[in-house]
Design a binder for this molecule. Structure first.
Ligand code: IMP
Ligand code: MG
Length: 191
């Protein structure tokens, strides 16, 4: 599919499933070389957007590891509210553990900055960040994203776990907001 429409917005193909999986391969390779079975890392998926990335990443991890989740939310529609809400707490203790956070996308960095504090308070031994996507021009955090799979411009995207007002997460490719087409359709409807 080259184009999709979600509610009032049009999106165009941006990254194919194959391109995404190549980037996931690279992240998995790095994690496999940085961690051993003795480290027994815990992958902490940040719901909801992480689920596809986490699924494909975990199939490629070769060291013994555990998986848990937390649910944070900061976006409404197509922009960040600047506030991070905790919708579901840590599903498992991380005290003394090596945590690898798995995010769909790091945008302003508010979410991972907040999460870092939550994990420190919870007694994590080490904390690293893996993110499928990174918007470096929007990033205002002070933490290093250790495993960024792909860097993208400041455009709004959907698919492969990422949503527009909760829909579009099931798309296997990633799509970018097509502002011109969205405006064109809007003007036709109004006339
Ligand atoms: P941050 O707190 O600004 O870094 O934003 C992180 C969260 O905002 C991500 O985990 C996503 O849930 C959401 N987000 C940021 N950019 C996008 C986007 O382009 N499309 C969909 N969700 C996004
Ligand atoms: Mg998210």
């Amino acid at each position: 599919m080259k184009n999709v429409q979600l509610y009032d917005k049009n999106f165009k193909l941006y990254l194919t499933h194959d391109q995404i999986l190549k980037a996931v391969d690279e992240v998995a390779k790095k994690i496999n070389s940085d961690y051993s079975t003795e480290d027994k890392p815990i992958f902490l998926g940040v719901l909801t957007g992480c689920f596809m990335f986490l699924g494909d990443l975990m199939k490629r991890i070769e060291v013994d590891c555990e998986i848990c989740f937390i649910r944070l939310a900061s976006y409404e529609g197509t922009s960040s509210t600047g506030k991070v809400k905790q919708m579901l707490g840590l599903t498992q203790s991380v005290r003394g553990r090596n945590v690898i956070v798995v995010e769909d996308i790091v945008d302003t960095g508010n979410t991972i900055m907040e999460l870092d504090q939550i994990l420190k308070d919870a007694g994590a031994r080490s904390i690293r960040y893996a993110s499928l996507l990174l918007k470096p021009n929007n990033y205002k955090g002070t933490l290093n994203v250790d495993y960024p799979a792909l860097s993208i411009p400041n455009d709004f995207i959907v698919g492969y776990g990422l949503d527009y007002d909760q829909i579009g997460r099931n798309l296997k490719d990633i799509y970018v907001l097509d502002i011109e087409e969205t405006e064109r359709r809007k003007s036709i409807n109004i006339e």
